[in-house]
Design a binder for this molecule. Sequence first.
Ligand code: FE
Length: 248
Amino acid sequence: MEEKRPRWGGRTSNPAGAVSRSLVGSTPTLFRQPLAKTGRSIEADPMTADDHHDHGSELSPIAARVRALETILTEKGYVEPAVLDEIVESFESRIGPRYGARLVARAWTDPAFKKRLLDDATAAANSLGFDSPVGSDLIAVENSPQTHNMVVCTLCSCYPWEVLGLPPVWYKSAPYRSRAVIEPRAVLAEFGVALPPDTQIRVWDSTAETRFIVLPMRPAGTADWSEERLAELVTRDSMIGTGLPRTP
Ligand code: FE
C-alpha cells in the first residue's frame, strides 16, 4: 500500500508531489524502539533498516547492536545512562539549531564577524563560547542571488551537531543523500524552495572531518532588526540549504 505521508519529512503540499511520493516509496521504514533501561528511543540507520531479519526480536539490527553496546558499557561502568540521556536531551532540545542561528544572525549584523565566519567557521563558532566546542572543521558557505548552497552527507549522516543539534531523519535517509547530488533543484522544490533558474546550486558533501553550515541571505525588510530578533528568522533547514529563512 502506498504511503501518502512523507516519512522522510518532505512536504506534502508541493507541486512536485509525484516525485515526493516516489522518493517516499523508496525510503526504508524507520524503526523506533524505546530503550527499556533509559526510556530513550533510537532510530535504525536507514542504510541497514532494510536488512531486517526475523530473529524473534522487534529490534532492527542496528538498534540491537546499540542496545547491546550500551548494556555492556553500562555494566562495566564506562557510561552512565543518566548522563547519556542528558547528552541526547541537550542536543535534541537545548542546543537544537539555536547556536547556528546565532552565528547567522551575528554574521548578518557584524561584517567583521561574517568575515571571520567565512574564513574559519570553527574558530568563529568557538569564539562565542557554545556548550560543545566545534571539534570538526566547520565551513560556512554563503548564499547569494547567484549561488545557493546545500549540504548533504552522501556517505552517512555527518552533520554539524554542535551548531545545529540533532540531524533531521530525512538528512540521514538514502533518498536525500543520493538525490541531493543528482537532482538538487527537484529536492529543493519538494522542500518548497523554488530558486530562480539562473541561480546556481552548489551541493557540499560532508565528511567526518569537514562539516558545513549555510549562511543564508538576510531577509529583506529587516534593516533595523537586532541580532536576537534576526536569529528567530533563521531556521534549521535554512542552514542546511533545504530551506530559506523566515520572512518578516
Ligand atoms: Fe556522514
